[in-house]
Write a protein that binds this ligand. Structure first.
Ligand code: FAD
Length: 508
């Protein structure tokens, strides 16, 4: 390789994965990160309660969308232990006395959904068809082959592509399911990153996309210590290989003609020269750094809005759930609480917060039992902890300005727990907090919404995606690999890997 100096802006999961692959390929990689540690939105924060300190996941909590080969090839699998609950997920709908269990086994799940929700559709066919689409996506990830509709049609057939990729979530759900509750449960994924209408073209695609992780065969799990150990450890692995990481350093300008990056550190300007530049940031930051006026304008037209909040709770004793089983990992099972009972109400709640005059409309809560998972991994920690990912918030307020919403939401979770008095600490974040903490443009976990015109083959910023999918505009030596590029956000690093492979091909 004649050109070998790679400069990467940002040190989130995607930048870290790209750096890892490129340094191993013989390049000299320099990373420049504005924050005081690596990780971006996958970092820990410390809570102090009664003089005791404990770390918790500030942004991301659970691992699942990563590809197993990335976990292994980067060196992460050598250093980190993981745990995946095998217990069925436990679902509460408002007003139900007993929860519904989401079994892994399709036949058992069919029976449970028929008994509890009156489901008469074809759950097994849903799983089988989804598995075909997921397998197609995973093959593309491994080969770092950007998506194309023609290829999808030739591999999957026109009808599966229409149903699972280009079509609407509503058509997909109506095709396989009959009960409102099955549809609501599945629709949760569609709105996970933002308020996407269920009739939007390409909204169906978010379902197989979010199930296309291979590290735990499409399931989600935990990392010993916390998910931030993924980015922390990648930072260490990269440094061990010789990657140079500059922290507390903000890139302020890029000269794409002389291939020079200027960054601020300690109130002084520094320079780095590059042969290839990779932007691992959100698209607004990237466009401001290297785009022209037209690109800045077209980026500002993207749909950015996110609507997710996060509630972190700490308990002085292990949480005792009212519902569960005698299985050893019952306390670590994923739990969900739904506040709506019809798909219409679900969608109304999801979309209501596009209006910033509305602060919060209850939709659903996903409860990740991090403390119980750590006990399964053999760790003794000073507090038990729950991370709750929940809906629906507008962009109007910070969590600290909505104490009543925080108290009601906390109370809702505690009503499913035998020992609510042990809850000693709470922090709630809204999309506005996510904008401020992580610089997510509209508070969106995927940097931009996963919707028509911004997903599948459209999820790129290249002037000629066929020639160079991860390139930025027409610039030959500038690439984008943040969460707003294909496939999506999450602690997966797939865009980072796919982008690094393109860079590698173009260096040969
Ligand atoms: C509350 C919350 C919950 C989530 N839950 C999960 C979950 O459970 N599981 C999951 O898989 N995903 C989850 N996500 C999503 C996931 O965390 C993100 O999609 C992912 O971490 C984004 O990674 P990234 O590398 O693309 O970008 P980022 O993490 O956003 O990294 C970009 C980096 O670029 C840096 N940067 C920006 N501008 C500059 C500049 N000018 N100079 C230098 N550096 C710069 C930033 O400081 C940042 O470190 C969650 C996110 C949030 C916020």
């Amino acid at each position: 390789m004649s050109e070998r100096r790679i400069c990467i802006v940002g040190a989130g999961i995607n930048s870290l994965v790209a750096a890892n692959y490129l340094q191993r390929a013989g390049c000299q990689v320099t990373m420049i990160e504005r924050g005081s540690k690596v990780g971006g939105a996958c970092v820990s924060e410390t809570a102090t309660v009664g003089g005791l300190t404990h770390e918790y996941a500030l942004g991301a909590s659970v691992l699942g969308l990563m590809q197993r080969f990335v976990f292994e090839e980067t060196g992460l699998s050598q250093r980190l232990s993981t745990f995946v609950p095998t217990h069925p997920k436990i679902i509460h709908f408002a007003g139900d006395v007993e929860p519904t269990w989401i079994y892994r086994d399709a036949t058992e799940l069919d029976r449970e959904l028929a008994d509890k929700w009156g489901e008469r559709g074809d759950v097994e066919a849903f799983r089988a068809d989804e598995a075909r689409v997921v397998s197609y996506l995973q093959k593309g990830y491994r080969n770092a082959r950007p998506p194309s509709l023609d290829e999808a049609r030739s591999e999957l057939g026109a009808s599966l592509v229409e149903l699972w990729i280009t079509g609407s979530a509503r058509a997909l759900l109506d095709h396989y399911f009959t009960s409102e509750r099955s549809k609501i449960y599945m629709a949760m994924t569609i709105t996970e990153s933002g308020p996407v209408p269920l009739d939007d073209p390409y909204s169906a695609f978010t379902l197989p996309l979010m199930d296309s992780g291979s590290i735990f065969d499409g399931y989600y799990g935990f990392v010993e210590g916390g998910i931030w150990r993924i980015t922390e450890t990648l930072g260490e692995l990269n440094q061990d290989m010789g990657v140079s990481i500059h922290l507390d350093s903000t890139v302020v300008s890029v000269d794409t003609t002389s291939h020079k990056v200027v960054y601020d550190c300690d109130r002084r300007e520094h320079e780095v020269r590059y042969d290839k530049l990779i932007l691992g940031t959100d698209p607004v930051t990237a466009t401001k750094l290297v785009g022209n006026a037209e690109q800045v304008e077209s980026t500002s037209q993207l749909k950015f809005r996110g609507s997710s909040g996060k509630l972190n709770l700490m308990f002085r004793k292990p949480v005792r759930w009212k519902h569960g089983s005698d299985a050893q990992d019952s306390d670590a099972a994923f739990r969900f609480i739904f506040d709506v009972n019809t798909l219409e109400d679900f969608e109304r709640a999801a979309l209501a917060v596009i209006d910033d005059k509305v602060d919060y409309v209850p939709g659903y809560m996903q409860i990740y039992c991090e403390g119980a998972a750590m006990r399964q991994l053999g760790r003794e920690e000073p507090f038990d902890r729950l991370a709750i990912f929940f809906k629906n918030f507008s962009l109007a307020n910070n969590g600290s300005s909505l104490p009543e919403t925080a108290a009601i939401s906390r109370q809702k979770v505690l009503s499913y727990i035998e020992n609510p008095e042990d809850c000693v600490w709470t922090r709630m974040l809204t999309p506005k907090d996510l904008c401020e903490l992580f610089h997510f443009p509209g508070g969106n976990l995927d940097h931009t919404m996963l919707t028509g015109g911004q997903t599948f083959f459209d999820r790129n910023y290249s002037a000629d995606a066929g020639a160079g999918f991860y390139r930025f505009g027409m610039l030959e030596d500038v690439y984008m690999c943040g969460s707003a590029t294909y496939p999506c956000g999450s602690v997966a690093g797939t865009p980072g890997y796919m982008c690094s492979e393109q860079v590698r091909r173009e260096l040969r």
